[in-house]
Design a protein around this ligand. Structure first.
Ligand code: DOR
Ligand code: ZN
Length: 356
């Protein structure tokens, strides 16, 4: 395909990306959402915050089987399982799961920070023995970085987490591999940039594309409510600069978090944006708008596997500039879900894996 005069390409061929942070849920929702992730990504880090959290090797093995059973025929998708840390987590269990290749990482949810986090960690000191083990064996810690102190303004909880928890944590465990998940602030960008090579961060499509105004555009819009909550424009700009910078410390993690309509449109709606259906299209939008399409492959397909010490994928995916309208809802009946960008047009279209 020929390029337009300004030499912006109309076709992108990228090494197949992975999603380093996704919620695929369980049961009927798992069956209805998983194919969106397997269609675009070769591997994904599966979040463990089910109603019964994935806190043991046995629970993770069973959950992986349920995911594998839901993978569409012909897909080579590989789920990478994570272990949900609790105050009582035994270092041996974590080590056993990592040594066997089942656990790719552990997830730290401060108790009460987000969906299904009530079993999370109440005091970071309680998991120091687990962190010692993880540091020794080279197992990454994935961090939901928000304080849960309700006296702290919800828009400040990430920045305060850096000051109160994260700075000390990385000082106490200087060799611990740590991914600051779904960062949303300029403070987090600076923290990651200024830390050692063992510290990286994922960035979602929605935090790159939206600021907090999106939640109130013409009325209350629950589909834009997620955690960490969308921030003001200066933060979005800082995230975009980090993602498109080419720095190996920042990589793709969608945080796709489906909640059915009844859970979103209610007096106390759930946090989460379901972006899996058009994830690559959304990232391509950001990189295109910032004149950085040449940096998309590193962010989407190289930085993550290099940080985790995994092979790069061999397959390639194709994106073409073929504008299309995103449906306002996907799925049927009780399983209806609103995808990110619902009702809007996107310029880049995912065309599938490159045909040999
Ligand atoms: O918006 C979010 N949704 N943030 C999270 O941290 C969890 C997620 C979910 O599981 O729904
Ligand atoms: Zn998440």
């Amino acid at each position: 395909m020929s390029n337009p005069p300004n030499s912006v390409p109309n076709r992108l061929i990228l090494r197949q990306p992975d999603d380093w942070h996704v919620h695929v849920r369980d049961g009927a929702v798992l069956e209805s959402v998983l194919a969106y992730t397997t269609r675009q990504f070769a591997r994904a880090i599966i979040m463990p915050n089910l109603a019964q959290p994935i806190t043991t090797v046995a629970l993770a093995a069973a959950y992986r089987e349920r995911i594998q059973a839901a993978i569409p025929e012909g897909s080579a998708f590989k789920p990478l399982m994570t272990c949900y840390l609790t105050d009582e987590m035994a270092p041996d269990e974590v080590e056993r799961g990592f040594a066997s290749g089942l656990f790719a990482a552990c997830k730290l949810y401060p108790a009460g920070a987000t969906t299904n986090s009530s079993h999370g960690v109440t005091d970071i000191a309680k998991i120091y023995p687990v962190l010692e083990t993880m540091q020794r064996i080279g197992m990454p810690l994935l961090v939901h970085g928000e304080v849960t102190d309700t006296a702290i303004d919800i828009f400040d909880r990430e920045a305060v987490f850096i000051d109160r928890i994260l700075s000390k944590l990385i000082a106490d465990f200087p060799a611990l591999k740590l991914v600051f998940e779904h960062i949303t602030t300029a403070e987090a960008v600076d923290f990651v940039t200024d830390s050692g090579q063992q510290i990286a961060a994922t960035i979602t499509p929605h935090h790159l594309d939206c600021n907090r105004n999106a939640m109130f555009q013409g009325g209350m819009r629950p589909d834009f409510y997620c955690l960490p909550i969308l921030k003001r424009e200066t933060h979005r700009t800082a995230l975009r600069k980090a993602a498109t910078s080419g720095s190996a410390k920042f990589f793709l993690g969608t945080d796709s978090a489906p909640h059915t309509r009844d859970k979103k449109e209610t007096a106390c709606g759930c946090a989460g944006i379901f972006n899996a259906p058009y994830a690559l299209e959304s990232y391509a939008k950001t990189f295109d708008e910032d004149g950085a399409l040449d940096k998309l492959e590193a962010f989407a397909s190289e930085n993550g596997p290099k940080f985790y010490g995994l092979e790069l994928n061999k397959a390639r995916v194709v994106l073409e500039r073929k504008p299309f309208s995103v449906p306002s809802l996907l799925g049927d009946g009780a399983l209806q879900l609103a995808p990110f960008h619902a009702g809007n047009r996107l310029a880049w279209r995912f065309m599938g894996l490159e045909k040999p």
